[in-house]
Design a protein around this ligand. Structure first.
Ligand SMILES: Nc1ncnc2c1ncn2[C@@H]1O[C@H](COP(=O)(O)OP(=O)(O)OP(=O)(O)O)[C@@H](O)[C@H]1O
Ligand SMILES: [Mg+2]
Length: 373
C-alpha cells in the first residue's frame, strides 16, 4: 500500500487539504483582474495553492512559470517565451505561422524553431548581448498584445530569483505590467526573500502594484479531518492522541504535518501499536532521519548563535532579551544576542512572528533542545 502523505512536492486534489478561504480569495482576485503577492515562510503551500487555483478556475487562461531553475536573463527570455507560445498560441496553424507572428511582436531578434527529443517544438532566440533588455521587454509585452479571447493570469514562482537573473528585470517588469489591462500576475516567494532580494521596504511601487496574501498555517481542525480521512482511505486506524502529537510537533505547518503523518502512517502500517511508547518511537524516527542535515547546519554556527538557538528552543513565549532569560541561559550582552538573531534570521533557521522569534523547522527545534539535555 502506498503512503498517502506527501511532502516535498506539489499536492493536488485529495492530497490538498482545505484552504477553502484562500482558494476563494485568490480566485476572486484573479477574476477581477488584480495582481497579487502571495508569500509565506518556506513550504507553507504557496505553489500547491496556486496550482490548485489554476486547475479549478474557469474563464481565465492561466500560465505558471517557475524562476527557480533559470540560470540567467537569456535563459529567462527563451523559457518564458516558450511557455507563452505553448500556452497562448494556436499550434494547429503550424510552426511557420507562429514564427511569423513572433517575428512581428519581438523586436530585434529572429526566433527559430527546433524539435526536442520527444518531438515537441521549441522556440530558440539568438539574442545579441546589447539587445537583451529590449528583447525581454518585448516578450513581457507579448501576452497583452495577443488579443487572447480570455483574461490571462501568469504566476511567477520563486519570484525573488528575478534579482539574481538581472537587477533591472524587476523594473522592466513593473513598467510593462502596469499597462496591461487583460493580464494579471501572481508573484510567489517568502516575504523575507522578497524583501531581502527585491524590495527594501513594503512601500516600494512594485510591491504596491498588487494585493497581498500572507499564507498562514492550516487550522488544526482541518488538518485533523485531513489526517483522519487519509488513514480511513488506506484503512488504517489512527488514534486521536497520535493526531494531537503530530500537530503539536508540526505546529500546523503543512509540510511538517505531512512529514510527521507520513512517518506515523509508516509505523502504523508496520503494526507498531499506538501505546504509550508510540510517541517516542515515532519522534525518534523523525528526528533521526533529519539529524545528519541538522548536524551540518549546527557545525556552521558560532557559539553565540548556538546559545541563542538553544534558548529559543527552550523558551515558552518569554522574551529572549528578558534579564532572567539572559541569566538562565548564560547569554551574551543584548547587542551580541541581536547580532546572533539577525544571522539566524538570514539563514532562515528562525522567523520573526508577532514580535517574537520562532524556529522555521519545528523538528530542528526539538533536535537542538535535546542536544543539551
Ligand atoms: N493544502 C495543503 N494540504 C496538504 N498538504 C500541503 C498543503 N499545502 C502544502 N502542503 C504540504 O507542504 C509541502 C510544501 O508545499 P508547497 O511546495 O506547495 O509549498 P511552498 O510554500 O511553495 O514551498 P517553497 O517555499 O519550498 O516554495 C507539500 O509537499 C505538502 O507536503
Ligand atoms: Mg513553492
Amino acid at each position: 500500500m502506498v503512503n498517502p502523505f506527501q511532502f516535498g512536492k506539489v499536492v493536488r486534489d485529495k492530497q490538498f487539504c482545505n484552504r477553502q478561504r484562500e482558494l476563494h480569495d485568490l480566485t476572486s482576485t484573479i477574476k477581477s483582474g488584480n495582481s497579487l503577492w502571495l508569500y509565506s515562510p518556506r513550504r507553507f503551500g504557496k505553489t500547491s495553492l496556486i496550482i490548485n487555483v489554476f486547475s479549478r478556475i474557469e474563464n481565465v487562461k492561466t500560465v505558471y512559470f517557475d524562476l527557480f531553475n533559470i540560470r540567467d536573463n537569456r535563459e529567462f527570455a527563451t523559457k518564458y517565451l516558450n511557455i507563452l507560445t505553448h500556452e497562448l498560441f494556436t499550434w494547429k496553424h503550424g510552426v511557420t505561422s507562429i514564427l511569423k507572428k513572433l517575428s512581428d511582436y519581438l523586436k530585434n531578434v529572429t526566433p527559430t524553431v527546433s524539435l526536442d527529443a520527444i518531438g515537441n517544438p521549441s522556440i530558440g532566440l539568438d539574442i545579441k548581448p546589447k539587445e537583451i533588455s529590449r528583447t525581454i521587454e518585448s516578450i513581457l509585452e507579448l501576452p497583452q498584445k495577443l488579443n487572447y479571447p480570455k483574461p490571462i493570469c501568469i504566476a511567477f514562482d520563486e519570484f525573488q530569483e528575478v534579482e539574481r537573473l538581472d537587477p533591472f528585470l524587476k523594473n522592466i517588469m513593473r513598467s510593462v505590467f502596469q499597462h496591461q489591462q487583460d493580464v494579471s500576475y501572481i508573484f510567489l516567494g517568502s516575504k523575507e526573500s522578497l524583501m531581502n532580494a527585491i524590495f527594501s521596504d513594503a512601500k516600494s511601487p512594485f510591491f504596491q502594484f498588487g494585493d497581498k496574501m500572507n499564507l498562514g498555517p492550516i487550522s488544526s481542525s482541518d488538518l485533523t479531518s485531513y489526517i483522519k480521512s487519509m488513514f480511513n482511505e488506506t484503512k488504517l486506524p489512527i488514534q486521536q492522541s497520535t493526531i494531537e502529537n503530530i500537530l503539536q510537533l508540526s505546529e500546523c505547518h503543512p509540510h511538517y504535518t505531512q512529514y510527521a503523518a507520513y512517518v506515523a502512517w509508516d509505523l502504523i502500517f508496520q503494526d507498531i501499536p499506538q501505546n504509550d511508547n508510540f510517541k517516542d518511537i515515532w519522534l525518534s524516527r523523525i528526528i533521526e532521519s533529519q539529524s545528519d542535515a541538522f548536524r551540518t547546519i549546527y557545525e556552521q554556527l558560532n557559539a553565540n548563535q548556538r546559545k541563542v538557538l538553544y534558548a529559543l528552543s527552550d523558551l515558552n513565549g518569554q522574551s529572549i532579551l528578558a534579564n532572567d532569560t539572559m541569566i538562565k541561559y548564560n547569554l551574551p550582552p543584548k547587542s551580541t544576542i541581536n547580532t546572533a538573531l539577525n544571522s539566524l534570521l538570514r539563514k532562515t533557521l528562525i522567523l520573526r512572528s508577532n514580535g517574537s522569534y520562532k524556529f522555521e523547522n519545528p523538528i530542528f527545534k526539538i533536535w537542538i533542545n535535546r542536544l543539551y539535555d
